[in-house]
Design a protein around this ligand. Structure first.
Ligand code: ZN
Length: 255
C-alpha cells in the first residue's frame, strides 16, 4: 500500500478505536465546493477585498458596500454543494462514530451533507440578522432583494438594516456554539482538525484543550499547521480525495 492508503487506513482505525471523536473544520473543507479560502496566497478572499467592508464598524457605517461586494460571490455560495469531505463526516456521524463538528465555516455545507451536530463558531451566512430588533431572516431572500435594488436589505419586522449572521471583524464569537465547542473538545479522546490552518484565535485553542485533556490528534491540511508535530497522523493530501478513500474503506469493511 502506498502512503496515501496507509494513512486512510490508519485514520479509519483510529476513528474506530476511539469513543469520542470531535472534528474541527476550516475553509479547506469547502474550497473543493468552490468556496474560496480566506487566507490562501493568491486566491484568498482577504487579499482581494478591503477588510473594513467585513468589519462591524465598516458594515454599520456603510452596509451597502458589503452587499455590493457580496453580490459577486452570492451565486457561488447559493449553488455550492457539499463535497466528499462533508459527506464523509456526515457518514461518520450516522454510523455513531462522531460526536460532533465544530466549524469555522459559515457556508452551511455540513448541514446540507446531513450532519446534525454542527457548532458554527463564526455564525452562518445562511441567515440575516436585523441590527435593530435581532429578528432572523433568510439571507438568500435578503440577497434576492439586493439584486432587485434594495441595498441594504431591510428587516420585515422593523425596517432595520439586515446583516449576515456571520461574525465580522470586531465582533465577538457567538457564546453558545463556543461553549459547546469547549465542552466537546474537553471530552474528546480523538480530535480531528480538517482544512484549518489552526492559526485563528480562539478556534486554534481547541486542539490544545483536547490534547491537554488526553485526546489524540489527527491533522488533515494541505499546508503546515502549528499542531503538525502533535499529530498522531498528519495528512497533507487533497481533503476531498482523502475523504473519498475513507468512505470506500468504511464501505468495503461494512462499517
Ligand atoms: Zn428588525
Amino acid at each position: 500500500m502506498d502512503d496515501f492508503n496507509v494513512k486512510a487506513q490508519a485514520f479509519t482505525d483510529l476513528v474506530l478505536s476511539s469513543s469520542n471523536v470531535v472534528v474541527l473544520t476550516g475553509a479547506g473543507v469547502s474550497t473543493e465546493s468552490g468556496i474560496p479560502d480566506y487566507r490562501s496566497p493568491g486566491t484568498g478572499l482577504w487579499e482581494k477585498i478591503d477588510q473594513s467592508i467585513v468589519s462591524i464598524d465598516g458594515f454599520t457605517r456603510e452596509p451597502s458596500l458589503y452587499y455590493d461586494y457580496s453580490l459577486e460571490l452570492y451565486p457561488v455560495r447559493k449553488n455550492a454543494k457539499p463535497n466528499s469531505a462533508h459527506y464523509m463526516l456526515a457518514e461518520l456521524e450516522k454510523k455513531g462514530l462522531l460526536s460532533g463538528i465544530i466549524t469555522q465555516n459559515v457556508d452551511g455545507l455540513h448541514q446540507d451533507a446531513g450532519s446534525e451536530v454542527v457548532h458554527e463558531l463564526h455564525g452562518s451566512l445562511r441567515q440575516a440578522v436585523c441590527l435593530n430588533c435581532s429578528a432572523l431572516q433568510s439571507m438568500n431572500e435578503a440577497m434576492e432583494r439586493v439584486i432587485s435594488g434594495q441595498n441594504p436589505p431591510l428587516c420585515f419586522e422593523c425596517g432595520g438594516v439586515l446583516k449576515p449572521n456571520a461574525v465580522f471583524f470586531g465582533e465577538p464569537l457567538p457564546r453558545i456554539p463556543w461553549e459547546q465547542s469547549l465542552e466537546l473538545s474537553r471530552s474528546a479522546d480523538l480530535f480531528i482538525a480538517i482544512g484549518s490552518s489552526l492559526q485563528v484565535s480562539p478556534a486554534n485553542s481547541l486542539p490544545d484543550i483536547a490534547i491537554k485533556a488526553g485526546a489524540k490528534l489527527i491533522v488533515i491540511n494541505f499546508t503546515p499547521t502549528p499542531f503538525d508535530l502533535d499529530a498522531q497522523i498528519l495528512i497533507n493530501h487533497q481533503i476531498g480525495e482523502f475523504s473519498s478513500a475513507v468512505i470506500k474503506l468504511l464501505d468495503s469493511q461494512n462499517i
